[in-house]
Design a protein around this ligand. Structure first.
Ligand code: NAD
Ligand code: TYD
Length: 356
């Protein structure tokens, strides 16, 4: 079996659902502390599936993690759990330090103790796969080449710095203790079950509720978008075939300026679910004050994973964004479940700080 951390969140949830969609899949222990970003509704279809064991708890709880490892004897840990939203890291970085750095340290130590006592064959097969982000590499000028695995780390936000620190810990546990780790650094994900604080689900949600679509600064910041299921398939491939101690950049060669992403969503909504008054959703676009320290451009050079592990994304941006919009339109109950009081408090705090 495998141990997944953060499997009630966006990417971890998609990973668990994708993994268990295979009838022959190994069991999953899913350790998630259910912060605001974790949601059991995402895993509702697994309620009667004995292959899914959900445990509510923190990666920072050494006793719990040790007990789970000894009891279930997983052959791999896939570490998704994190605080993941840049804007929240600007308002309050403490949770990012605690979960992303101290939490990862604790998980590494528990994994090391468990792994070092395994029988030789199991010890050799064991993997610790650390899921990270392209934001650790900092920002690119418009003409600079995309991030390679060899780029220096230059994180600019508290979120990116905390993920960079966790990547360094993972690296050190490989070089110092021989723990069999692999790290993946992926670009911006989008798709089903993403919490509507991130750009794409926020814009879909606000569009449908006749609210402003807030664009930070001039909207010309570039992100490299990857459909979440493609990310999950890449992680499976890295788990099967990745080389120990290596890092793999994952991305879809899909650079888009934020304003273009938002206009694409508006145009698709105009055709799939037109507004009654004949107006376009694009009229809701509002430029607001920029994010402090806003990285201008991210872009992933995915040639290493493509060449070494023969992974390529299956979705284009156009097919992935259509699937995403259709998913949000047909899963409004999931959306209402996560856009409760505390979500509304966040939106009002965040967007009053950004003003116009
Ligand atoms: P998310 O915020 O949607 O989910 C994070 C999950 O971790 C939640 O279910 C939360 O409850 C859980 N969690 C938080 N603290 C925990 C703790 N102490 N113990 C156990 N569980 C805890 O995040 P996501 O977007 O799914 O990102 C998953 C991982 O992928 C993160 O490590 C993130 O840095 C990385 N990543 C994300 C993106 C992206 O575009 N979203 C891109 C590249 C990499
Ligand atoms: P986000 O989804 O928060 O991901 P990240 O900051 O990790 O890249 O933001 C994606 C881009 O969209 C980023 O450049 C910030 C911008 N953005 C807006 O313009 N308006 C918004 O309301 C949000 C949430 C993000």
């Amino acid at each position: 079996m495998i141990l997944v951390t953060g499997g009630a969140g966006f990417i971890g949830g998609n990973f668990v659902l994708g993994w268990l969609s295979n009838a022959n899949a190994e069991e999953v222990i899913n350790l998630d502390s259910l912060t605001y970003a974790g949601n059991l509704e995402t895993l509702a279809s697994l309620q009667n599936d004995d292959r899914h064991i959900f445990v509510k708890g923190s990666i920072g709880d050494a006793e719990l993690v040790t007990r789970l490892l000894n009891q279930y004897q997983p052959r791999a840990i896939l570490h998704f759990a994190a605080e993941s939203h840049v804007d929240r890291s600007i308002h309050g970085p403490a949770d990012f330090i605690q979960t992303n750095i101290v939490g990862t340290f604790n998980l590494l130590e528990c994994a090391r103790n468990y792994w070092s006592n395994l029988a030789p064959e199991k010890k050799q097969a064991f993997r610790f796969l650390h899921v990270s982000t392209d934001e650790v590499y900092g920002t690119l000028e418009s003409k600079e080449p995309a991030f390679k695995e060899t780029n220096p780390y230059e994180p600019n936000s508290p979120y990116a710095a905390s993920k960079a620190a966790s990547d360094h810990l993972v690296r050190a546990w490989f070089h110092t203790y021989g723990l069999p780790v692999i790290t993946t650094n992926c670009s911006n994900n989008y798709g089903p079950y993403q919490f509507p604080e991130k750009l794409i689900p926020l814009v879909i949600h606000h569009a449908l509720h006749n609210k402003e679509l807030p664009i930070y600064g001039d909207g010309q910041q570039v992100r490299d978008w990857l459909f979440v299921e493609d990310h999950c398939l890449a992680i499976q491939r890295v788990l099967e075939k990745g080389r120990l101690g290596e890092t793999y950049n994952i991305g879809g060669w899909n650079e888009k300026a934020n304003i273009d992403v938002v206009k694409t969503i508006c145009a698709m909504l105009d055709s799939i679910q037109p507004k009654g008054n004949g107006k376009s959703y694009a009229e809701q676009i509002t430029f607001v004050k920029d994010r402090p320290g806003h990285d201008r451009r991210y872009a992933i050079d995915a040639s290493k994973i493509e060449k070494e592990l023969a992974w390529k994304p299956l979705e284009t941006f156009e097919s992935g964004i259509r699937k995403t919009i259709e998913w949000y339109l047909t899963h409004q109950q999931w959306v209402s479940g996560v856009t409760s009081g505390s979500y509304r408090d966040w939106v009002s705090k965040q967007y009053s700080a950004h003003g116009k």
